[in-house]
Design a protein around this ligand. Structure first.
Ligand SMILES: [Fe+2]
Length: 277
């Protein structure tokens, strides 16, 4: 458990050392998958759970994730969604550039922004922007997009090893973890230094499967244990709620088919080729 903490610039450093943790990426209001992932991670031996931001967007009923985060004592950091909601900005600050992506991003954001309770909005402001902790002898640094920008997309095929190596050196970390892009991946960028995109719980990984993903980290032996865990959940329950809330049919199609139908213009060519659309 967290016993003490000290402030870093824009980041919180926990003084606790963990043996195994669960890392939850963008939730996007998918409270059904969030509950399932928390149950799974704890039953699989994770001592504590972290969420890397973007609680809202895409799915239904933005207030439903908060009791679950409280129940499982999930420590959250801010994503671009939280930053925008706290400041009551006009858009999610997702970092999309194509009008098609921005159209659907605006629908998601306006839905969440108009329904989030004042109490829960205030809670978002208590989350640190980034967070660091020890995993055995390793230092793990959590951010949302990248350490330098909350809405930077770190894709597997376009993220340079040299960039990550510089960032982890500056942060005095061994493993840099992020989310935001929606696709999980990992790579050793220099000896003993890793980047892990932990994926997201909010929507499938654009692979034709309905499951979503979270990540478990442990110190491991010669190299850290980084496991991507598929979460099978009651997606039909989520879709029924989305229908009741009159969310776009395209969002429901993504949840029920496993293929992204919106916000995919931002994908680099190689990632785009792996999807259906
Ligand atoms: Fe994000």
């Amino acid at each position: 458990m967290v016993t003490a903490e000290t402030k870093m610039p824009a980041a919180l450093r926990l003084e606790s050392t963990f043996k195994k943790v669960g890392l939850l990426g963008g939730v996007y209001n998918n409270h059904v998958a969030l509950e399932k992932a928390c149950q799974m991670a704890l039953s699989r031996g994770c001592e504590t759970l972290f969420c890397l931001g973007d609680l809202g967007g895409f799915g239904p009923h933005p207030n439903k994730v908060f009791p679950i985060l409280h129940k499982y004592r999930v420590q959250c950091i801010q994503g671009n969604y939280e930053e925008s909601l706290i400041k009551r900005l006009a858009d999610c600050g997702c970092g999309y550039t194509h009008p098609k992506d921005n159209y659907y991003a605006a629908l998601s954001y306006d839905y969440t922004n108009s329904r989030l309770s004042d109490e829960n909005r205030a809670l978002l402001a208590t989350f640190p922007q980034q967070l660091q902790f020890k995993l055995g002898s390793l230092v793990v640094h959590l951010c949302h997009g990248s350490p330098r920008r909350v809405n930077e997309f770190l894709w597997e095929t376009t993220t340079a090893d040299a960039f990550v190596s510089r960032e982890v050196e500056k942060l005095e970390a061994d493993i840099l973890c992020c989310t935001h892009s929606g696709l999980h991946w990992k790579r050793e960028v220099s000896p003993g230094k890793w980047i892990v995109n932990v994926g997201v719980l909010g929507r499938p990984a654009n692979d034709g499967h309905t499951n979503v993903w979270y990540t478990e980290l442990a110190p491991g032996g010669a190299q850290p244990s980084i496991e991507f865990v598929p979460v099978e959940y009651d997606w039909k329950k989520l879709v029924a709620e989305m229908q009741d809330e009159k969310l776009p049919a395209e969002f429901m199609e993504t949840i029920s088919s496993g293929w992204w139908t919106t916000c995919l213009e931002i994908l680099p060519g190689k990632e785009r080729m792996r999807g259906r659309f």
